[in-house]
Design a protein around this ligand. Structure first.
Ligand SMILES: CC(C)(COP(=O)(O)OP(=O)(O)OC[C@H]1O[C@@H](n2cnc3c(N)ncnc32)[C@H](O)[C@@H]1OP(=O)(O)O)[C@@H](O)C(=O)NCCC(=O)NCCS
Length: 203
């Protein structure tokens, strides 16, 4: 838990930003979501390319009011079975993505993870790797989970590469699970165990 948000995120950053995680890469922090960012999230929700890689509902326009509602109900007021984070650049506090640990199953000590770098000009610069590493440190560290899972569309090659580099194994193919662009596409289920992450982390 950190409380000196202005010192690290920079002037103009939000006060009362809440608990957060520092990453080993030193470029981003994971912090609580803020309603003041609704316009940015709304832009991401209405981006067909982000939707293509990250969402299985039909692509429809998302209004600012709907975004505020979703942010408040699902991303800010979360239940005990998920941790949802905004990804901000250190120094400027710029919001660049979002990430979560969800479907936390306390008895079996497992959960799913997901992430998105919403600012596409920042893709391919290692931020996804840094964020995933932070999620996994939290999942296997403070949350003491035994297993972490991820569902990834077969055509999302960047994400496949990212998760495999982190040591996730492709454990199954959910055949033709996603209807998109007039066809059906496979979805992969990936899994990583705590001991596998500790042995290796990102090489
Ligand atoms: C997937 C995503 C989070 C990755 O973040 P990123 O910052 O772009 O990823 P990184 O720069 O850390 O690169 C991750 C790996 O993908 C590789 N990669 C980059 N561009 C690639 C491409 N076009 N095709 C295949 N691999 C690619 C990188 O080389 C890196 O592998 P390496 O460590 O072996 O070099 C980001 O692209 C994103 O938000 N995409 C849209 C939403 C999404 O797909 N979310 C995941 C849903 S499961």
């Amino acid at each position: 838990m950190r409380s000196d948000s202005k010192a690290v995120l920079g002037e103009g950053s939000t006060d009362g930003i809440g608990p957060w995680l520092d990453g080993p890469g030193g470029r981003v922090v994971l912090v609580s979501h803020d309603l003041a960012d609704a316009e940015i999230y709304c832009r991401w929700f209405n981006d067909p390319e982000l939707h293509h890689y990250n969402c299985d509902r039909r692509f429809t326009a998302f209004s600012l009011d709907e975004t505020v509602d979703l942010l408040r109900r699902s991303w800010i007021e979360t239940g005990p079975d998920c941790r949802r984070f905004a990804v901000r650049l250190l120094g400027t506090g710029r919001l660049v993505g979002q990430a979560d640990i969800y479907q936390i199953h306390a008895d079996s000590r497992r959960a799913r993870v997901g992430l998105e770098i919403g600012e596409k000009d920042l893709w391919g610069r290692g931020l996804g790797r840094e964020v995933l590493g932070m999620l996994l440190e939290e999942a296997f560290g403070s949350l003491d989970l035994h297993r972490v899972e991820a569902l990834i569309y077969s055509f999302n090659l960047r994400s496949v590469r990212l998760f495999e580099r982190a040591g996730f194994r492709r454990e199954g193919v959910l055949r033709e699970r996603l209807a998109r662009d007039g066809g059906f596409h496979d979805e992969y289920i990936y899994g990583l165990l705590a001991r596998e992450w500790r042995e290796r982390r990102f090489p």
